[in-house]
Design a protein around this ligand. Structure first.
Ligand SMILES: Cc1cc2nc3c(=O)[nH]c(=O)nc-3n(C[C@H](O)[C@H](O)[C@H](O)COP(=O)(O)OP(=O)(O)OC[C@H]3O[C@@H](n4cnc5c(N)ncnc54)[C@H](O)[C@@H]3O)c2cc1C
Length: 446
């Protein structure tokens, strides 16, 4: 069995040099996942001097550990947005996801990107009697937004109610990002981590360990933003972790998700079934081995053989909308994708490049990263509790007493993936101590 994601197990991946000189550009993009790559792509036909730096390797963090679905049927997220805001805001969010899928399709076709894009219906289901009415209400909401649904069944999960929608896709996220970067004329640097950003007159100076990059615009596409005190990001959301397997030999063509927690998400890729389960907030429930064993049992019960095992984390925002836009004067940000950052990362590329190019974009105010709401305040208090609980659970479980360089939380060894994982904010380090997931931007000493 391989303890990496199926998407990261590819041959002949493009590599890029690390930065070893000072640079001056118009726009620096920090982070080479789907968000950073999409921003770079949308700035390609301008006169701007743009560059992208990646602290590790391109698309190997959250993007490379995802499920690779492009869908607007996003479990109960739309309903959470309806509750936190109203139907109008939820309709605009829904439209943004449909636009993101259209944008992805257009780019893939125009640039002839070979990323195994496949059109597949998306299914959502519940096996909880009390949720049937909620699911039917979501269906009605979709109808009001001119989306057709069809009641259906899928024999691999027990459900009380299930429906499907069309015009949704699956793809290979690492291939998509790798090919996207090849379509841009700009320099890309791997193993180049930004440690600090300082303002200098009308510019920003972004520091790596050895060099400086002077830039007018900074796009923070680092998944979890680190450098932006006093934005207080740790209280603006919490981190959710899920466990995934790719198991053979599957016959069905499917893209399915449970309506609410505990999440089950399924899709096929060639003759693999990719199966996600055991989602939880990273601050509690820290037994990775147990979660993988439970997951593998589920696919083995379907007579499939586990080939890949991996886990992934994403940032859940207080009000269920991502943070995409201007943080402050020419410093832009895209994060908090609530586990739907393939559509939202692609969309962020368009929104943030439109801001840089001073173009209008109908989603700028929807995703304003400085928005305030009562939900933000109440959830901030819960998040402080979650962070503390992660810290104390980490203290109890951390055997080797390594501390995360981000906020000094005790790291927990994940014996299945051989990583050291932070139970507070989601940083991860490989067994050599090299950082593989933000917010940490330094290695741990081993
Ligand atoms: C289990 C799971 C399944 C998911 N499946 C789906 C799905 O099917 N569909 C969907 O739409 N979404 C999905 N998501 C969500 C999606 O994967 C993420 O939201 C998305 O990949 C985030 O992309 P990103 O580019 O913002 O972040 P990342 O892919 O994490 O990229 C950020 C990059 O920035 C780099 N970086 C960090 N700090 C620095 C620094 N200081 N200097 C330089 N570089 C830095 C990192 O190394 C990293 O490569 C899933 C999430 C989870 C947890």
């Amino acid at each position: 069995m391989k303890n990496i994601s199926i998407w990261k197990d590819i041959e002949n991946k493009e590599t890029y040099p690390s930065l070893n000189e000072n640079k001056e550009v118009d726009c620096l993009i920090i982070g080479g996942g789907i968000t950073g790559a999409s921003c770079l792509y949308h700035l390609k036909d301008t006169n701007l001097k743009v560059m992208l730096v990646e602290q590790n390797e391109i698309a190997m963090a959250t993007t490379g550990n995802s499920t690779g679905k492009l869908t607007y049927l996003q479990n109960d997220l739309i309903d959470k947005i309806r509750n936190n805001f109203d139907d109008k805001v939820a309709s605009l969010y829904l439209k943004s996801q449909i636009d993101a899928i259209t944008l992805a399709k257009t780019i893939i076709n125009k640039e002839r990107i070979d990323c195994d894009l496949e059109e597949v219906s998306s299914y959502v289901y519940t096996n909880n009697e009390e949720e049937i009415s909620k699911l039917k209400d979501l269906e009605t909401f979709l109808h009001k937004n001119n989306i057709n649904t069809k009641e259906t069944i899928y024999d691999k999960v027990i459900s009380k109610y299930m429906f499907k929608v069309n015009n949704t896709y699956t793809f290979h996220p690492v291939k998509f990002v790798s090919y996207l970067l090849k379509k841009t004329p700009f320099p890309v640097y791997e193993h180049t981590s930004i440690k600090k950003i300082e303002k200098e007159n009308n510019h920003y100076i972004c520091y790596t360990d050895k060099n400086k990059i002077r830039t007018k615009w900074v796009i923070i596409a680092s998944h979890y933003p680190y450098f932006i005190m006093p934005y207080l990001f740790p209280i603006k959301g919490y981190i959710e972790k899920s466990y995934l397997t790719a198991a053979r030999k599957a016959k069905d063509k499917i893209s399915l998700i449970s309506y609410s927690t505990p999440s089950i998400s399924i899709r096929n890729y060639k003759d693999y079934l990719i199966y996600l389960s055991n989602s939880h907030s990273i601050n509690t429930n820290l037994n990775d081995k147990k979660h993988f064993e439970e997951l593998n049992k589920k696919v083995n019960d379907l007579n499939l053989i586990t080939i890949y095992n991996w886990s992934n984390t994403d940032i859940m925002t207080n009000d269920s909308l991502p943070y995409i836009g201007t943080l402050k004067n020419r410093v832009l940000l895209a994060t908090g994708f609530n586990t739907w950052g393939l559509t939202n990362g692609i969309l962020s590329g368009k929104i943030l490049s439109d801001i840089v190019l001073n173009k209008e974009n109908e989603y700028i105010s929807l995703f304003n990263p400085n928005r305030k709401s009562s939900k933000q305040i109440t959830s901030s208090i819960t998040n402080i509790g979650k962070n503390l609980s992660g810290y104390f659970n980490g203290l109890l479980k951390s055997e080797e007493k390594h501390l995360c360089p981000h906020m000094y939380c005790p790291l927990i060894y994940n014996e299945v993936e051989n990583t050291y994982d932070c139970p507070c904010h989601g940083s991860r380090f490989n067994k050599e101590g090299i950082v593989i997931n933000a917010p940490a931007n330094r290695n741990i000493k081993k």
